[in-house]
Design a protein around this ligand. Structure first.
Ligand code: CMC
Length: 380
């Protein structure tokens, strides 16, 4: 048996090369393909970032127009998929719907040849929101929505389909769009790494994405935005927030939405989404109490535990103020991260090598085999 000490959870292990994003590498914060996350969040749209991550460079106006036209044309939900969505129970978790939509699309529109990664990525990015909301409205109230809302952005299309409204507050659209940009890519995060492992076996694109969705779901990863909203929801005053924190400290339970494997100080995405969440809290439909409670929890966590909020913490209050229900938070993350997953699958395939690490064996030494008729508790 080796005496070698392994870093738990592959912490600090360099598992491959990537040219897509920097996550705190070399003190330059978070960049997608060389662009600072602040520039992308404040000056770009999610569609531009989609192009950047999948194609490797920002689009010209003409390239962006072509992408938007492609997205509008790829929003339709095939009849067979609608029929299946209509059979799924309303109690289903939205992440199960996302994984199922991916699987079914992989059957209805399979990847049949090389070079389809961009088109399939755009298809999934375009259909995820409409398919999720088709299931949501049908299962809750029997309404069959028309997924085509015209020439809307991904963010606007989602919000219009969820709220069943033709007009959405521009700040709500911008906040939602910014959240999609912030969630889009994060190097070898668990779900992205899982997708790369899957396609490294020469498996198909859809299998890579279903793997990624399953991995994203857990509360240590993407599920943290949902988990954060679940504990924030009942906290309607500072004393209640204090009581909550004190009891978590005492029971040594994690506070979801705080901490990060790589960022040991501030997550550079957090102040951006916090800015939008704060802006929303000052509007008519905002929730200033939710923001006051969130800021108080942040202050205490930083001062007392030196643990900083990650993107998921203020995304919770941002999505809540966009009127989106909590169980959909991680599913929205899927729509966004589809761009990063797509970029990584393309990159993995461009220089593929089967990912097959080894473990540090800690099991028993070689044993004498005992036939079943001679086995007893003493010789197992
Ligand atoms: N609440 C309370 N204590 C924490 C937290 C937290 N959220 N995060 C870390 N710690 C403590 C942890 O208990 C440990 O303490 P000790 O040294 O006394 O055992 C110390 O800080 C170091 O933490 P770690 O677990 O060794 O760090 P890690 O790199 O393995 O974990 C993490 C990173 C994200 C899994 C962890 O911070 C965590 O569980 N956070 C809560 C879940 C969460 O918000 N996940 C979202 C991650 S970012 C976005 C995304 O991927 O979606």
């Amino acid at each position: 048996m080796s005496e070698k000490k392994q870093a738990g959870g592959l912490q600090g292990v360099v598992a491959g090369q990537s040219a897509i994003s920097t996550v705190g590498v070399g003190g330059i914060g978070l960049n997608y393909r060389g662009y600072d996350i602040n520039d992308l969040a404040y000056k770009c749209t999610f569609e531009e970032v989609t192009y950047l991550l999948l194609k490797g460079h920002l689009p010209t106006q003409q390239q962006l127009d072509e992408l938007k036209t492609l997205i509008w044309s790829k929003r339709y939900i095939p009849c067979k998929l609608k029929q299946i969505l209509e059979t799924l129970p309303k109690e289903s978790h939205p992440m199960d719907i996302m994984r199922t939509v991916t699987s079914i699309l992989g059957i209805l529109e399979p990847e049949t040849k090389s070079g389809q990664e961009y088109d399939i990525s755009i298809r999934l990015i375009s259909i995820f929101g409409p398919a999720l909301l088709y299931w949501y409205h049908y299962s809750n109230s029997g309404i069959k929505i028309n997924e085509n809302t015209g020439k809307d952005s991904i963010a606007e299309n989602f919000l219009k389909l969820y709220h069943l409204k033709s007009e959405i507050d521009p700040l709500v659209i911008k906040t939602f769009d910014v959240s999609l940009i912030l969630y889009a890519e994060h190097d070898f995060a668990a779900s992205t790494f899982a997708a790369r492992v899957t396609v490294s076996t020469l498996s198909d694109f859809y299998s890579g994405i279903t793997t990624a969705i399953g991995t994203l779901r857990g509360p240590l990863h993407g599920g943290a935005n949902e988990a954060a909203m679940q504990y924030l929801e009942p906290l309607r005053s500072i004393p209640q927030a204090d009581q909550f924190l004190n009891s978590r400290y005492q029971s040594k339970q994690l506070i979801m939405g705080f901490g990060h494997r790589v960022y040991k100080k501030e997550d550079p995405r957090s102040p951006i989404i916090k800015d939008f969440s704060l802006q929303l809290s000052k509007t008519q439909n905002g929730d200033p109490t939710l923001l006051a409670v969130s800021q108080h929890i942040e202050k205490r966590m930083v001062e007392e535990k030196k643990i900083y909020p990650n993107l998921d913490f203020y995304s919770a209050s941002a999505y809540r103020q966009c009127g989106v229900p909590t169980p959909m938070f991680t599913a929205i993350f899927v729509i966004s991260r589809m761009t990063g997953w797509g970029g990584h699958i393309i990159e993995q395939r461009s220089n593929n090598k089967l990912m097959r690490p080894v473990s540090d064996y800690t099991g028993p030494a070689k044993k004498q085999f005992v036939p079943i008729e001679m086995r007893n508790k003493a010789n197992l």
